[in-house]
Design a protein around this ligand. Structure first.
Ligand SMILES: [Zn+2]
Length: 310
């Protein structure tokens, strides 16, 4: 079967955004270029294939300046993403005070109240402020939020400061989604990374300490050495590995399938919507595997926490 490489596919989907917006066909692609993977059926319209899968974006953001609500919903509508798990994360290299994370969570609460059928709210907090963080979980739980995310790099995920927070989430059956690092190579981290950035090894450490807790390793396409991340998290069953990020090289999902497998991978976009959806169709996945990764895996986890999105 004819195919083009994934990089070309993503470039084409981005440049043909107008085509995506206007209709159900990728009008910027030739017939041959539509044959993007071994599993895509060339007789079918690509957008029809995209739209036939139910999807939950397990990594989405909102704020009032960059991660606009209306932009999120516009992409989601066109790509058939039913729900987005949103957060307004504490920005890197900031102190992350209670006033800061409460204000961010207030905005998320406003968003889920305005779009209860589309947005699932997750909580930002900083365990350096332990009492305020634990109280914030209660406050946000009462407001309808479910889960933590995207936790940022103020404190490492396996730091003892996180233990009471994780124990509270075990009680609530909440998903815990944590950011990870950007690195130039296997061993050298980007110099901008703070010392408390959580690495795959830190996730494995805390997940083994708390086997009942449910962790979500954010964006293997976010700049980390994803081959190493998949190897480190291979035998850690309570860590879901989420696929968003703008550095998603060809074969990343195929590689993750070998190490993590179809039951622990979850779809996400992190505001990179075409890449997030596009690489799911260039990967060699069966129909059943796509259903799990797009929707079922994270849906089952949310159900444990009391949110049935079906
Ligand atoms: Zn992140």
């Amino acid at each position: 079967m004819l195919k083009i490489n994934r990089r070309k596919f993503v470039a084409n989907t981005v440049t043909s955004g107008a085509g995506l917006m206007l209709g159900s066909r990728l009008t910027g692609l030739t017939r041959k270029e539509e044959m993007v993977s071994d599993t895509a059926d060339p007789k079918k319209d690509l957008m029809q294939e995209v739209l036939k899968y139910r999807k939950i974006d397990a990594h989405a953001h909102v704020d009032e300046s960059y991660y606009k609500v209306e932009v999120n919903l516009d992409f989601a509508d066109r790509l058939g993403i039913e729900k987005l798990m949103i957060s307004d994360f504490i920005r890197p290299h900031t102190e992350g005070t209670p006033d800061d994370f409460r204000a961010r969570n207030d905005f998320v609460i406003k968003c889920i109240k305005e779009h209860p059928d589309r947005f699932i709210g997750t909580v930002a907090l900083n365990p350096k402020y332990q009492k305020a963080s634990l109280e914030e979980i209660d406050r946000c739980h009462d407001a309808g939020m479910i889960g933590l995310g995207e936790l940022y790099n103020q404190v490492k995920i396996n730091d003892p400061l996180y233990y009471p927070v994780i124990e509270k989430c075990i009680g609530l059956n909440w998903n815990i989604m944590m950011h990870s690092a950007i690195g130039h190579s296997r061993v050298v981290l980007n110099p901008r990374e703070p010392k408390n950035i959580s690495l795959p090894e830190d996730f494995a450490d805390v997940a083994r300490r708390y086997p009942e807790a449910m962790f979500q390793y954010a964006h293997i396409g976010g700049g980390i050495d994803w081959e190493n991340a998949c190897k480190v998290l291979k035998d850690v069953p309570n860590v879901f590995v989420e696929l968003s990020g703008s550095n998603n090289e060809a074969n990343m999902i195929d590689f993750a399938m070998k190490y993590i497998g179809e039951d622990r991978l979850v779809f996400g976009c992190d505001y990179g919507f075409y890449q997030g959806v596009g690489h799911m169709f260039s990967a060699k996945l069966t129909d059943a595997q796509r259903k799990k990764i797009f929707f079922e895996n994270i849906s089952n986890r949310l159900k444990k926490g009391g949110r049935d999105v079906n």
